[in-house]
Ligand binder design. Sequence first.
Ligand SMILES: [Zn+2]
Length: 77
Amino acid sequence: MLKCKDVVTNATDYIDKEMSWSQSMSMALHLLLCGHCRRFIKYFKLSLLSLKKKRTISSENATQLGSEIIAKAQADT
Ligand SMILES: [Zn+2]
């Protein structure tokens, strides 16, 4: 079973579908059970999509962005 931390770490790959079937199933299962990560992925996907329209995003930027979105998602509770 994945931890929330693993979901955050793998969020970019999950959204870009750059992971194996079993990895993506583990992510999907965690998201099914964890409302925090569902919200995180939702915000993360939206932010990533809007960023990608403007410029390419490096994985360091994506991780940085991830932390910002977590903070935002938690404040949003
Ligand atoms: Zn979680």
